[in-house]
Design a binder for this molecule. Structure first.
Ligand code: NAD
Length: 425
């Protein structure tokens, strides 16, 4: 059997290290914008990183100690903001990278926030409802000193949802002795959630797909779309694309993928998926996620996890447009390969910024105690994302850089400027 030598293994590890690759692009973006090296030194890591241990009484009477993180990348612009991920593969480096991406997203859509992110190493698929509640409340108690409606505002991410946000809001409100809906976003509507928040990431991705399709003269009606991941982002997106007349030919979850060149029955699949975005287990004729990514389509949307498009498969991608709903699905090497092949990439920090944008709307509504209709939310979101997409597309064209570097250039500028005006650098 062929084995990879250590240099190859190290290169592969570095290419898949999401923190290292995001630092590489931030460095390039700051260089292109003419900022001195100390700006990079400030922005390459979060300002604050808290690691906590959370003891949780399990249903069988035992006590399990979970590890959690909260990263606050940069708060020069305003309070930090970003989701909380529950996943067995959460690492400190991943949470750091995710917090940097949040800063970039907030810069791109021009929100008065810096980036934050949290994570707990756990597998919620194997935990009961009450164990999850105790873990969620324990995490809030553990990070309470550094979070709050004017300090750092959490939200949902992979394997967390509005119920978990509700428990966390309740726990914080009890400690604060004050009803604090603005502590967290992604809440249920009855607790001060915003219309349109649940589907906001997918709405934002849809807006980016429409703009990208115009640039490549692709008609959405009849366009073949593949979506990897059928969770919050992926399932809403498949539905929006289907309703817009596109042919959703492929979807997947953690266990496999479904492909039908004539289009899948999205409403049926939505009806059968479980709360973790799993549906393929119900079918026999599945293909692998790898095969799905390389299948025939016009538009490919990775909406699951990191490092899915790499130097190993980038040459085999058939799509004309890749729109990254997931955070970090494409490595830097793969970005180069896709760009060289003329494939238009809409990078994660732009494509998935609809979620934080509507989270911001939720926080604004909580602060003013006055709530908007779904139409108002959608109209505001559309305006912001169309403007942001075109600003980045034009930067890529005029500065002769790829879409990812262009997005980083647009995203990093505000926090660099705010840090400078505050006298930090
Ligand atoms: P989710 O937990 O609701 O769904 C994740 C989906 O990915 C599920 O269908 C799951 O089965 C699938 N999946 C998990 N592991 C996989 C694997 N190894 N291979 C293939 N599929 C796998 O999560 P989500 O909220 O939809 O988030 C998906 C991505 O979008 C993440 O990268 C997240 O950071 C990003 N994102 C989400 C939001 C949001 O508001 N939900 C906002 C911005 C970015």
């Amino acid at each position: 059997m062929e084995t990879k030598n250590t240099v190859e293994q190290k290169n592969e590890k570095d290419n898949n290290d999401v923190l290292l690759s995001t630092q590489t692009v931030i460095h390039k973006a700051l260089e292109k914008l003419g900022y001195p090296e100390e700006v990079y030194e400030l922005l390459k890591e979060p300002l604050r990183m808290l690691t906590v241990k959370i003891p949780v009484k399990m249903d069988d009477g035992s006590v399990k100690i979970f590890t959690g993180y909260r990263a606050q990348h940069n708060d020069a612009v305003g309070p930090t903001k970003g989701g909380i991920r529950f996943h067995p593969n959460v690492t400190e480096r991943e949470v750091k990278a995710l917090s940097i991406w949040m800063s970039l997203k907030c810069g791109i859509v021009d929100l008065p926030y810096g980036g934050g992110k949290g994570g707990i190493v756990c597998d919620p698929r194997n935990m009961s409802f009450s164990e999850l509640e105790r873990l969620s409340r324990g995490y809030v108690r553990a990070i309470s000193q550094i979070v709050g409606p004017t300090k750092d505002i959490p939200a949902p991410d992979v394997f967390t949802n509005s119920q978990i946000m509700a428990w966390m809001m309740d726990e914080y409100s009890r400690m604060d002795e004050f009803n604090s809906p603005g502590f967290i976003t992604g809440k249920p509507l009855v607790l001060g959630g915003s219309h349109g928040r649940e589907s906001a990431t997918a709405k934002g991705v849809t807006i980016c797909i429409n703009e990208a399709a115009k640039k490549r003269d692709i008609d959405i009606k009849g366009a073949k779309v593949v979506v990897q991941g059928f969770g919050n982002a992926g399932s809403f997106l498949a539905k929006f694309m289907h309703d817009a007349g596109a042919k959703v030919v492929g979807i997947s979850d953690a266990y496999g993928a479904l492909y039908d060149k004539d289009g899948l029955d999205i409403d049926y699949l939505l009806d059968r998926r479980d709360s973790f975005g799993t549906v393929t287990k119900l079918f026999e004729n599945t293909i692998t996620n790898k095969e799905l990514l390389e299948s025939e389509c016009d538009i490919l949307v990775p909406a699951a996890i990191e490092n899915q498009i790499t130097a190993d498969n980038a040459h085999n991608i058939k799509a004309k447009i890749v729109v990254e709903a997931a955070n970090g699905p494409t490595t830097l090497e793969a970005t180069q390969i896709l760009t060289d092949r003329g494939i238009l990439i809409v990078p994660d920090v732009l494509a998935s910024s609809g979620g934080v944008t509507v989270s911001y709307f939720e926080w604004v509504q909580n602060n003013q105690g006055y709530y908007w209709t779904e139409e108002e939310v959608e109209e505001k979101l559309e305006k912001i994302l169309v403007k942001s997409f075109n600003a980045i597309y034009e930067t890529a064209q005029s500065r002769h850089v790829d879409m990812r570097l262009a997005a980083y250039m647009v995203g990093v500028r505000k926090m660099a400027e705010a840090s400078r005006f505050r006298g930090w650098i």
